[in-house]
Ligand binder design. Sequence first.
Ligand code: XMP
Length: 513
Amino acid sequence: MNISEKIVILDFGSQYTQLIARKVRELGVYCEIHPFSVKLEALQDINPNGLILSGGPSSVFESDAPIPGFNVFELGIPVLGICYGLQLTAYQLGGEVDKAAKREYGRATLRIDSFDDLFDGVNAATTVWMSHGDALTAPPKGFEIIAHSDNSPVCAIRSADKQIFGVQFHPEVHHSEQGNIILNNFLRKICKVEAIWSPTSFIEQAIADIREKVGDGGVICALSGGVDSTVLAVLLHKAIGDKLHCIHVDSGLMRLNESRQIYDLFKHHFDISVDIIDAEKLFLDALSGVSDPEKKRKIIGNKFIEVFEVEATKFNDAKWLAQGTLYPDVIESVSVKGPSATIKSHHNVGGLPEKMNLKIIEPFRELFKDEVRAVGRELGVPEWFVNRHPFPGPGLGIRILGDITKDKIVTLQKADEIYLDEIRNAGLYDEIWQAFAVLLPVKSVGVMGDERTYENTAVLRAVTSVDGMTADWYPMPYEVLARMSNRIINEVRGINRVVYDITSKPPGTIEWE
Ligand code: XMP
């Protein structure tokens, strides 16, 4: 994306690197994350207005400590080192780093010694978040101490001359109460970035980029019913109008009435036409008698591609396939990503573009999920849709354990609908990252009225999470659980027992298959 003013964050492996990027974006400045090993020429091409060196788990004294291959302090642009970034600054420029320093984790009181530039507007004593092993005992020559804490005499340093700054604490973490003021000072007062990066500016720029890129060619967009593909389609439509072709494959494994909702949203709210392909029979036939989770995923993925391929070839002008790839999938980060991506084969439209000779367009490659939501709001996507929980590509196919039949789908759709309905009624939907029901192929004995029953079990699952890589089970209030359980057993034939899943990830995964 062609953006004139930007900040580069060099990643040294901190768990907070993405958080720095999100904070900088929230403050209205465009930024990109690059690994510490980025080449000088690549960085010069990007031509940032300032550099932030992230934290990281390493010590500068380790033989394999991450150190850039060139001198980042000689680029002539302002630098802010955070935690490891500060220690690297001191280590490379001749300060003293104490490797025997007492580790410091948690809140600390930062006492400001100079209110110029970085700490302008910050209270004399302010709470910050510390998380470090090594500590600085003396700043490099030419640097002055601009803040200290009771434990660290050197908590923040500055070379006014070279516009190099370093802080021991993490301004990006929300426990650092005035962290936003500090970051904003760096961006606006020190790097002197004026541009505002906002959903509105993104949309304007993205529309221009899309038009330039696709020219006369048509663009195909697969609508899954999720937030990303929906916002993507609305943006594309704004950019290229009827050259956009939306296809939604109804596999029969969607939530209750979901395909209908997608159609209505597009047709009536946005006046965008969508080809809804009723492929239920095709999917269910192919899945008949298959219980193995990986086999089910593969079948669903392959069928999807098969159907999509046939439908897409109906558009003669199609040269592009739009994908809702987000920034976290793109970042070439040194941070350790969780193992979940490789535990299950995730389903998407991969494989299609080459097969069909389509070029890929990914307008959200630079966005975080919350930014896609903000763009969606700006484009008029209704709030109830923008805040939707994620829904997996294989849909209910991986929430019906064992083999899949139409009856089981109907049963699960009803239970799931009641579950989400009660979550919404209790005002809890937005507190939960993802909630859904699962149908187990386990029968148990019950009694309803005077009759003995022998029916299936429904599991209710709700988790909180930031990105789906790790998750905690959500402590659903008892009275809400009681209502859900009552309604499901009374209203859904085929279920006589309801259980609540109290497994976090890890060791569990969010989905059951
Ligand atoms: P797990 O179960 O791996 O889920 O902890 C993490 C997140 O990924 C979603 N998920 C999928 N999404 N295709 C998708 O598009 C898939 O095959 C798939 N499997 C899991 C899951 O719903 C959760 O949000």
